[in-house]
Design a protein around this ligand. Structure first.
Ligand code: SAH
Length: 467
């Protein structure tokens, strides 16, 4: 350890910055955030520095004197010529005041770290002056890991510290807090619902110890496949989950981001085509939560777009299990980006409709064909590959042109992504020729012509060349 990290309470204490330029302003912001009583002394001040700091700090336009330095707890020297910086550094050293000279590590008693600021919770990163850019990168990584409301969580815990001390035996306090930070109340605070969190906390500290604890369920969207498209929140939840129940469309790469010792259960369709029935999935979610576990129900795309997330939410609420929903990038927006095809476009489509092509057994999808055909907008069909021929025929029968552009995107955003495009009149042919099996989306409408993808002619030419 090259330097010792310590947190200094600067509230109301005198801090001096020698300098009036951009570097001085940057340090001034940090010091003001820490509540310091700030003075800047410089021959002259840059207009931005002056405008921003005038009301919050003392700005003095003159040469500094030794007494200025001696009266401060910390001193920064910024935007100051090297020879002069040396001179003031000497004064600071004699006075025993801690000094930071911007960009001159050899003159510094202390350095300012990269800071992740969550109010009461702060993380500071230092590379001992070796690699500030590395420090900034680490900071970005840690920023992504820590929930934005972490400070509020610490604040909340602080407010209940005395109550917990009064009601919970010393030997049980540690476990109490550990369960608190893993449990549903903490999740509520992080989700921004402090009112309910207070209610639950009061109930928790006042009830007899013997009562069983409940966990929580997070219904989480995993996006269309590419792990980079996970939300930061989804990643965080995966890394905290005790149990994960996941679907067929969740990629292995995404699962590999989960906490190593999390229990994982596959609840999608097996090879034999027998999915775990919906009621059983719901029953399992409830059971795990009642065991006090932090459960993640991980679904492809977004849980509320053809994902039965609504049903699970309802079942969990009826069972009084704390439940939270984390959205994901849905297949339509993921595939559109992958194909470089806007779903709405000022020249081609003013609206977009998501429908499911899925139907019970052999039946045709029960859609309002005349309404869909009448919309000259973008139609995105989920689960529509096997019924593509019927879907095209019905739309044409109800007035959509045979030459309406279509695109089919299979495994969008994944490594094995396939995109083909053509016209509605030969949609089924396009799917057969390109051997698309799914998961795939059908996109019907003018915008489909914009997709990066192979046409039927390209496919045939490629197959001839290969033969
Ligand atoms: N909740 C999911 C959709 C589940 S329904 C979401 O919001 O995306 C399953 C259907 O989604 C598949 O049959 C397919 O039509 C579509 N789908 C999901 N992932 C896909 C992908 N990576 N590429 C193309 N289509 C996909």
């Amino acid at each position: 350890m090259k330097a010792f990290p310590a947190y200094i309470d600067l509230r109301g204490r005198p801090v001096l910055i020698l300098g009036g330029g951009a570097a001085a302003l940057a340090k001034a912001r940090l010091m003001l955030a820490a509540g310091a009583k700030l003075t800047l002394i410089a021959a002259d001040f840059a207009p931005e520095t002056k405008a921003e700091l005038e009301t919050q700090a003392r700005l003095i336009a003159r040469e500094p004197v030794a007494a200025d330095i001696e009266a401060s707890v910390l001193v920064f020297i910024a935007d100051t010529e090297e020879s002069e910086a040396w001179r003031w550094a000497e004064v600071a050293r004699l006075a025993g005041v801690l000094l930071n000279v911007v960009d001159q590590p050899e003159l510094c008693d202390f350095t300012t770290p990269s800071i992740v600021d969550r109010g009461r919770v702060t993380v500071s990163i230092s590379t001992g002056g070796a690699a500030p850019v590395l420090g900034k990168r680490l900071r970005a990584d840690i920023e992504a890991l820590l929930p934005p409301r972490l400070g509020a969580l610490a604040e909340f815990a602080d407010r209940y510290r005395d109550t917990v001390k009064a009601t919970i035996a010393p030997e049980e306090r540690r476990t109490f807090w550990e369960e608190f930070f893993d449990g549903p109340i903490a999740a509520q605070i992080l989700a921004g619902d402090e009112a309910r969190a207070h209610e639950a906390m009061l109930a928790l500290v006042n009830r007899p110890q013997a009562e069983e604890k409940t966990g929580a369920v997070h219904i989480v969207g995993a996006g269309p496949g590419d792990p980079d498209l996970l939300t930061i929140k989804a990643l965080r939840l995966l890394q905290r989950a005790d149990v994960i129940l996941y679907d067929r469309l969740v990629s292995d790469e995404i699962l590999s981001l989960a906490r190593r010792d999390a229990e994982r259960f596959y609840v999608g369709k097996a090879k034999s085509n027998h999915a775990v029935p919906q009621e059983e999935i719901e029953a399992r979610l409830i059971e795990f939560a009642r065991q006090g576990k932090m459960v993640v129900r991980l679904k492809g795309g977004d849980p509320f777009v053809f994902g039965r997330g609504g049903e699970e939410l309802e079942a969990l609420r009826n069972a009084n299990i704390p439940v939270f929903v984390c959205p994901g990038v849905t297949a339509a927006t993921g595939c559109a980006a992958a194909a470089n095809m806007a779903l709405t476009h000022r020249d081609h489509a003013q609206a977009v409709t998501f429908v499911t092509g899925h139907a019970k057994g052999e039946a045709d999808p029960a859609l309002d064909w005349s309404a869909l055909a009448a919309l000259k907008n973008t139609l995105v069909v989920y689960m529509g590959v096997t019924k593509a021929e019927t879907i095209a025929a019905k739309l044409i029968e109800h007035g959509r042109g045979r030459d309406t552009p279509v695109a089919v995107i299979e495994n969008g955003t994944r490594e094995n992504q396939k995109i083909v495009k053509g016209a509605l009149g030969y949609l089924a042919h396009l799917i057969t020729a390109s051997e698309i099996k799914g998961p795939a989306l059908l996109v019907i409408g003018e915008v489909a012509a914009l997709a990066d993808g192979e046409t039927l002619i390209d496919i045939i030419a490629r197959q001839r060349a290969a033969a």
